[in-house]
Design a protein around this ligand. Sequence first.
Ligand code: XMP
Ligand code: MG
Length: 178
Amino acid sequence: MVTILDKTFGPFLSQDDIERRIGEMAAQINEDYHGKTPIFIVVLNGAFLFASELLKRLDLSCEVSFVRLASYEHLASTGTVREIMGLQEDIKDRDVVVIEDIVDTGLTMHQLLQQLQSKQPSSLVVATLLHKPEALVAPVTLQYAGFEIENKFVVGYGLDYDGLGRNLNAIYVLQQPS
Ligand code: XMP
Ligand code: MG
C-alpha cells in the first residue's frame, strides 16, 4: 500500500510486468519501423518514465521530442486540454509516434492528434502504456497499447496524484474506502 496525501493506493502492475510489456512493445516498434527514421513525441509530464524505458530498447535511427499538455485536476479529467509547451520540430512527411502514459477519456489524445495531423506527417500513431477502454469518449486508435485497465484511478511510473507519485517504480490503484 502507498499513501499519497489523503488517498491510499494498492499494488496494480509491478515493475517487472510493466517492463516486460514495454519490451514487447519495443520489439513490435523495431519491426514496424525497420529502415525508417521516426520521430517520437513524448507527452509530458506523465509519459517520461514509459518513454525512457521504451526508447532505450529501440534499435532504430530516430528523433525524440516533447510536448507538454495538461487536462487532469486531482482525480478527474477537466475535459479541456491545455497546451503548456508546444512542438518545435517540423513533422511534415515524417513518421510520427506519440508516446503517452494513459489514454482515459481520449480527449487529450484526440486533440493532440488533430493538431499533429494538420502538420501533414506521412504517418501518425500512438503508443500508450495504459488504456481505459470504458472511459473512452473521443475516437482514438491506439496502435500500441501496453495494458487495458479498468476505469479506476492509477498512479506511479510517471502517473501522478496532484503532482505526487510519478517516481514510483510500479503502478498502484486507488483503494475505495470500504
Ligand atoms: P484523457 O481523459 O484526456 O486523459 O484521455 C489523459 C491524461 O489524463 C491523465 N490521466 C491520469 N493520470 N491516473 C493519473 O495519474 C489516471 O488514472 C489517469 N487517467 C488520466 C494523464 O495525464 C493522461 O495523459
Ligand atoms: Mg499524460
